[in-house]
Write a protein that binds this ligand. Structure first.
Ligand SMILES: [Ca+2]
Length: 354
């Protein structure tokens, strides 16, 4: 978790500056600061089992004052649809019906391991579950194509991480919305909007992100074919686990983007920043060899198992209901047949007596 420690270090840098302020310098604070610095640097370079460093890649990042956004081909980011840049944010959609907007990177990303930190804000006048539809962060082959999947095309090729703010599927019993969900598409898999993407999901978590006063963040990390999604939405500067999945195969040279859509229900969907970090990971010889085998089509290892697990999980209540129902019907049928046979046998016996 080196990257997270480093990020905490970045966010906590103010407190370190305060320790180092000349007015407060005493031998004790200098010693404390030195120990703290050693500890933090140590955390940054000590991964669980591998060393990892991170570097902000400005060409794939979108930060204030958004000078990298524009219609010129020399700009790094391009807007589409109803998206607008202000001094405070890139507003993908306003809080109005039937809007869709996007911001897409112009540069394909050829990094092996990366981490995207998304600072976003979803807010609007709608009361709970009377808002929609959400936003998505993308790493896909295609870019700048409008469509129904949070404003992007369906049958996309690559990774989509969705912040779905409206439950389309009725009877969402065990799922609380807004819900963060990840999906990998290979160009032929369709996102099931009516079922909130459940049939193709890799996993996710609920995230109460609407109308919050504090900052909300989403973190997507792709390291050694492992996809990790975390959220920081409680204003505590702490990352919360959302999804962690090995065996995710994403080709290089895809584009980062952010899109959002509104329908009958709406929200402001704002991107404050997208920060892309290159992660430098020390690999074993085996991992080096695996890495050389080029991935051309996105896929997820054991996706069938994953789906099977979800189906079993999703069907368990229904399966129990039908098992009980058919068992009861079976029992009733047997009792009726038994009674009929008994009646028939009784009648025969009486006939024999008279
Ligand atoms: Ca939905």
């Amino acid at each position: 978790m080196a990257a997270i420690s480093c990020r905490r270090h970045r966010r906590d840098s103010k407190s370190i500056h305060m320790l180092f302020s000349p007015q407060k310098m005493t031998p004790f604070t200098i010693l404390c600061s030195f120990i703290l610095l050693l500890f933090t640097v140590g955390q940054c370079f000590a991964d669980d089992d591998h060393e990892m460093e991170e570097f902000l890649k400005r060409e794939y990042s979108l930060t204030k004052p958004y000078q990298a956004v524009g219609p010129l081909s020399s700009s790094h980011w391009e807007l589409m649809g109803d998206a607008m840049v202000t001094t405070e944010q890139v507003r993908l959609t306003p809080d109005m019906q039937s809007r869709q907007g996007a911001v897409w990177s112009r540069l394909p990303c050829h990094l092996n391991d990366w981490e995207m930190q998304v600072h976003f804000k979803i807010h609007g006048k709608g009361k709970k579950n009377l808002n929609g539809d959400g936003l998505a962060i993308w790493y896909t082959k295609e870019r700048m194509q409008k469509g129904p999947v949070f404003g992007n095309k369906d049958n996309f090729t690559g990774l989509g991480v969705f912040v779905d703010t409206y439950p389309n599927e009725e009877k969402q019993i065990e799922r609380i919305f807004p819900f963060v969900l990840a999906m990998v598409g290979n160009g032929t898999i369709s996102y099931d909007h009516e079922r909130d993407g459940r049939p193709t999901e890799l996993g996710g978590c609920n995230a109460m992100v609407r109308n919050l006063k504090h900052d909300t963040f989403l973190f997507i990390r792709y390291v050694r074919r492992r996809l990790t999604v975390m959220i920081d939405i409680d204003g505590q500067h702490e990352w919360r686990d959302c999804l962690d999945l090995p065996g995710v195969r994403l080709p290089k040279g895809f584009y980062f983007g952010a899109t959002a859509i509104t329908g009958d229900l709406s929200d402001n969907h704002d991107i404050i920043s997208l920060k892309l970090y290159q992660l430098t990971v020390l690999r074993s010889k085996q991992e080096e060899e695996d890495q050389e085998e080029e991935i051309t089509i996105p896929s997820v290892d054991n996706m069938e198992l994953l789906r099977l697990g979800q189906t079993e999980e999703g069907m368990s209540g229904l399966a129990i209901f039908f098992t009980v129902l058919f068992s009861m019907l079976g029992c009733i049928f047997l009792v009726v047949v038994g009674l009929l046979l008994y009646g028939h046998w009784n009648e025969n016996r009486r006939k024999r007596f008279y």
